[in-house]
Design a protein around this ligand. Structure first.
Ligand code: ADP
Ligand code: MG
Length: 554
């Protein structure tokens, strides 16, 4: 059988990227720089490098992540197929799986399973990150939460497995078909070759590969690559760990800027592989905003403000008073949550006259819902709202989960419905070996009545446009920067790449502002519905069919 030869010659940045011996490697640069190609070829290179097992098979398993399924299919998978054609890698869809499989000249076989997952399908992410992997590729990492980096680091280097010597065999769908402990003797010990080497070959090299167009300068990537640590942990220890584990690379810009002119950069990379060479970028200069050029073409950190704000009615001067909002002690508070990888909780109040006041936001990028509720939200509630009533607590109805995943959904975690007990009545340990103490939040979190984005946005808008006795119907406290920046424009409809006319996507872009914005919408739906003071008795929580929103009078 003749196998396609893959003619990959790395760019200078690519060569450094491949040569690094760090566990986590990230490459940032202009669009079209060859970043994704670098990562895909690195997966392939490491797959070939894996030591063969006693059957002569070089087995590895990879997780490839992208923010949306659309992008995963149209971009990540397309580039992957371009470099690993059908005779090297067979692809199956739904879920997307690639199996790199072909014989090498030395008689061994490469067998690398690549599992493609998009973050807009949280269950798939959870499932994949419960598997043992050789490595992970985070494609367009600026669109992905830091929680994925953290989780990925815990899952890599585990396949082929280190400890138990089992060779798990997965079919193309990533399902375990059988487990063959053939390298173990009957007592479960690793067996040895004649020369005394163990038959079993664990993971030769683990890797977390990341590529991205430049993010904003407060993004986790920026913090790690430029400041050498996360804002949330600046200890010397943390800095040392980052230096030891992470390596960041940056591709050069296609142009040098002299005054207002863009001159071809002789050190630019990948130019000859782009249609039209430098012209590929020069054409982009014409149709794009300054921000877009700065970030996407010149490869600088920065914000691209060419989306359309979801809430054009928001006026920062009117809706965000100079001083942080006071908590009105005789009014109950409402809570809105978004689960997922960046757990968020927004707290608000509504006055008797119907003024909505967003008084607090809590957002986390690096912890799960349980830890977030226990270590951040609960102490915050106790500190600031002690003795006050909670009218309702609402969460994304989709994230509330159904069927099998239900037991561990964010809502059930918040409601302590996830605890499993053994026969002796002792609670079962969680994955980290800790006993799960009940959260005892003190209130029940329910599904928000609708998940329809248009309805949710309309609900917030109805407060933004009204006046209440000469005051705005909506106020956000200065202590809520994510909600505020999101309203100013961070929460936006993305512009579609189309020449000439202005067109925008019809659903808000998923970014770091969208999670707080989602949580705020669930909160607002609660107030729209007209809360009752004690949600546990009177509140009609029978929203199983949340398309039916009649109950909310909405
Ligand atoms: N080393 C290379 N050799 C040949 N073509 C390349 C190489 N690196 C990238 N390309 C091509 O250049 C284009 C852009 O590469 P890509 O990795 O998608 O860029 P980025 O991810 O930086 O936007 C693709 O068509 C890709 O196949
Ligand atoms: Mg890319």
């Amino acid at each position: 059988m003749i196998i396609t030869t893959i003619n990959y010659i790395a760019s200078p940045t690519g060569a450094k990227f491949h040569a690094s011996n760090k566990v986590v490697r990230g490459v940032l640069g202009p669009v079209g720089n060859g970043k994704s190609v670098m990562c895909i070829n690195e997966i392939h290179r490491l797959a070939v490098l894996q030591e063969p097992n006693s059957d002569g098979i070089r087995k590895t398993k990879w997780g490839i992540f992208r923010n949306t399924y659309d992008q995963l299919e149209s971009t990540t998978l397309a580039t992957f197929k371009q470099w690993l054609p059908w005779d090297v890698c067979s692809i199956t869809m739904k879920p997307i799986r690639g199996m790199i499989k072909y014989p090498l000249a030395d008689g061994t076989t490469v067998e690398a399973l690549c599992m493609f997952v998009s973050v807009d399908r949280p269950d798939d992410v959870k499932k994949l990150l419960s598997l043992e992997l050789t490595g992970v590729f985070l494609n367009e990492a600026r669109e992905l939460p830091y929680a994925l980096v953290k989780a990925a680091r815990e899952r890599i280097g585990r396949y082929p497995s280190q400890i138990d010597g089992y060779t798990d065999v997965y079919d193309n769908n990533g399902e375990l078909t059988y487990s063959a402990p053939k390298e173990l003797d009957s007592s479960g010990n690793v067996t040895f070759n004649k020369d005394g080497t163990p038959k079993y070959k664990p993971c030769t090299r683990k890797a977390l590969l990341m590529d991205t167009n430049p993010p904003e300068d407060d993004h986790w990537w920026y913090q790690l690559a430029e400041d050498g640590c996360l804002k949330s942990n600046k200890s010397a220890e943390a800095k040392r760990a980052v230096t030891e584990i992470f390596d960041f690379f940056r591709g050069p810009a296609p142009f040098l800027k002299e005054g207002d002119n863009y001159i071809d950069n002789p050190l630019a990379e990948n130019i000859k592989f782009l249609p039209g060479g430098y012209k590929y970028y020069r054409d982009m200069l014409a149709g794009n905003s300054e921000d877009h050029i700065n970030v996407m073409i010149m490869g600088n950190y920065g914000t691209i403000k060419d989306g359309k704000p979801v809430y054009p009615q928001y006026n920062d001067r009117i809706h965000c008073p100079e001083k942080p909002l006071k908590i009105l002690e005789d009014l109950p508070i409402g809570l809105g949550w978004d689960g997922g990888l960046t757990p968020t909780c927004i707290i608000g109040q509504q006055t008797e006259r119907g003024q909505l006041r967003i008084i607090a936001e809590m957002v986390s990028e690096d912890m799960g819902v349980r830890q977030f509720a226990r270590d951040i939200v609960k102490p915050f509630l106790q500190r600031n709202f002690y003795g006050m009533k909670i009218a309702f607590s609402y969460i994304d109805p989709a994230g509330a989960g159904r069927g099998e995943a239900e037991a561990k959904s964010a809502m059930n975690i918040l409601n302590d419905e996830y605890i499993e007990y053994n026969e002796d009545g002792e609670s079962v340990l969680n994955e980290d070996g800790d006993i799960l103490q009940p959260l005892n939040m003190g209130f029940e979190t329910e599904k928000a009545p609708t998940n329809d984005p248009t309805r949710r946005i309309d609900a917030v808008n109805s407060y933004l446009i009204k006046m209440v006795e000469g005051e705005p119907g909506y106020l956000v406290s200065r202590s809520c920067p994510m909600i505020r920046k999101g309203k100013i424009g961070g929460y936006q409809y993305k512009r579609m790449q189309m020449s000439g006319e202005e067109r925008y996507k019809d659903k808000p872009d998923k970014n770091k502002y969208s999670h707080p914005a989602d949580a705020e919408q669930y909160l607002v739906l609660g107030f729209m519905g007209g809360y009752v003071v004690d949600s546990s008795d009177d509140y009609d929580d029978d929203f199983d069919d949340y398309e039916d929103v009649g109950v909310m009078g909405y």
